[in-house]
Design a protein around this ligand. Structure first.
Ligand code: PCA
Length: 200
């Protein structure tokens, strides 16, 4: 089995990114490659496309931080639109631009979200299925990966999970929801176990 798990570097004045911390703390799994990506529109998927050119992944699981969400969120839809209210890490602020002019308006994840949700719940992890990954860099990556799979007719299954702030990011913002690092790591490990079984 060949799996790629991606995370993002910090952005928007945060010192860390929950997804990167989770990736750092994820136990080693056979056949699982990890990569941290820049929070930069369109650049975020370049390296992933290069990896996809050189290896056929069974699964690609993309992770990102979504501060303020109350639980991990399994994203259902990637949208062909880039729109930002804050600059990316290179200062770009797109307003309603298509990501790929020859791409579909949207792609659905090819992961089985019901199976994922049930398994996470069984492991005691609250989770929501989300129909909106935003239009910022996470959606940009998600769309870029789904587009590549579509255009190259790959069997790779792919999906995106947003992670709330980690507890240590909200120590001085106690009114904002957070998740423990342990639960977030356990959520990702649970999904990888489903991939190993080939059922995700
Ligand atoms: N979250 C942002 C981009 C990088 C990240 O971790 C998002 O939700 O778009």
């Amino acid at each position: 089995m060949k799996v790629l798990v991606t995370a993002f570097e910090p952005f928007n004045k945060e010192k860390i990114n929950a997804s990167q911390e989770v990736l750092k703390n994820l136990p080693d799994f056979n056949g699982v490659q990890k990569i941290v990506l820049p929070v930069v529109f369109n650049e975020c998927f370049q390296e992933v496309h290069e990896l996809m050119e050189n290896a056929l992944f069974d699964y690609i699981l993309m992770l990102g931080e979504s501060g303020g969400r109350t639980s991990v969120s399994l994203e259902r839809i990637a949208v062909n639109l880039a729109d930002a209210s804050i600059p990316d890490n290179k200062g770009s602020v797109p307003h309603g631009e298509k990501i790929f002019s020859d791409g579909e308006n949207a792609y659905f994840t090819t992961l089985n979200l019901k199976t994922a949700k049930d398994a996470l719940n069984e492991n005691g992890i609250p989770v929501q299925i989300s129909n909106y990954a935003g239009l910022y860099v996470c959606n940009n990556l998600f769309y870029g990966v789904m587009y590549y799979i579509d255009k190259h007719d790959l069997k790779t299954k792919a999906g995106f999970m947003h992670i709330p702030f980690l507890e240590k990011q909200t120590v001085h913002k106690p009114h904002i929801a957070s998740i423990s690092l342990q639960s977030a790591v356990s959520a990702v490990s649970t999904l990888i176990a489903l991939m190993e079984k080939g059922v995700l």
